[in-house]
Design a protein around this ligand. Sequence first.
Ligand SMILES: *[C@@H]1O[C@H](CO)[C@@H](O)[C@H](O)[C@H]1NC(C)=O
Ligand SMILES: *[C@@H]1O[C@H](CO)[C@@H](O)[C@H](O)[C@H]1NC(C)=O
Ligand SMILES: *[C@@H]1O[C@H](CO)[C@@H](O)[C@H](O)[C@H]1NC(C)=O
Ligand SMILES: *[C@@H]1O[C@H](CO)[C@@H](O)[C@H](O)[C@H]1NC(C)=O
Length: 300
Amino acid sequence: MSTMRFILFVAAFVAYAVFSLADAAPLTNVSGECTFYPNINITAPDMLPAKFLISSADCCNLCANTKGCVASVYNNYFCHLKDAQSPQVGAQGPTAILQMNVPPAPTTAAPSAGNVVIIREVSCQQSGQCDVTSDYTCVTSVYYNNTCLGNQLRVCNTDQTSIAAVTFSGARCSGPSATTQEATGTCEFVPTNQSYDAHYCDVLPAPVKYATVTRTSCDGSCNSGACVTPAVFSTGVCTATSQLSGEFTIAWAFPTYVVYISYLDVSCQGTVQSSIAEPLGVCFTSGSSNTYVENTFASA
Ligand SMILES: *[C@@H]1O[C@H](CO)[C@@H](O)[C@H](O)[C@H]1NC(C)=O
Ligand SMILES: *[C@@H]1O[C@H](CO)[C@@H](O)[C@H](O)[C@H]1NC(C)=O
Ligand SMILES: *[C@@H]1O[C@H](CO)[C@@H](O)[C@H](O)[C@H]1NC(C)=O
Ligand SMILES: *[C@@H]1O[C@H](CO)[C@@H](O)[C@H](O)[C@H]1NC(C)=O
């Protein structure tokens, strides 16, 4: 290589490096702290056009330096920035990257605007109508549409007639999966489960934040006097309680039921311990024939 060509080469390389650095400047500013989940996609829309980056750590940093970014997906050298940490779905290839120290996004519990699609699975030992108000053995699990819960994903079709129930082999809906279809709105005895099971898909207005939900649990009857201290929730706010499974619970009120999502984590992030629905405004038995529970709602 001649000296001249070498100088040109070096000049070009320096120019390239300078422009690349200028381009990459935001990446070297704040370094993000992230948790990385291989083989998980976040299906929330991209905030910006995807950017070519050489590592998932760069993707974490780019998000940390982008206002409103709380998560990203790194796939095939492209970084997709997200303003929501969910819905998360299992997928071969992409790495879901969650920024740490981000307040829980409302979408992890319930969307904050428009309608929300809630999928309920009711399972009762006695009630052939799957009537949770008349059978203390009934348990209700709640899913948000197309949102991963542990290793389970539920997707309700648009006309609300059937639900695809997807069970993944790995946590956070990763790895191989099996899907079964469930019809909505019918209560049937399921021999393999030895229970009356029903599945519902409800499209409801998004719940309000900061309303008050009170859960009272008493022996013998509602308001018997033999009650544990009522649990009082501000809807959408992570609240310490020992009344439900888990240690910390977020409550959301819908027209006829309350959804309680419980966690071990003090900030209601990470693994969901239970996600249940209970009737609102009626006294019912739960867990034992002598335990009477009532949930009441007061607007914010
Ligand atoms: C990022 O860099 C810009 C320009 O260099 C600077 O003004 C800003 O304060 C930096 N931000 C942080 C959080 O360090
Ligand atoms: C991830 O989700 C987005 C949005 O739903 C979708 O466009 C993309 O194809 C998905 N990527 C993979 C690898 O599944
Ligand atoms: C549930 O989510 C799927 C996938 O995003 C969507 O196609 C479907 O319309 C949703 N169901 C309802 C009832 O909106
Ligand atoms: C049987 O029980 C399992 C676990 O509770 C549940 O996921 C499934 O939907 C039930 N089967 C039917 C047909 O309801």
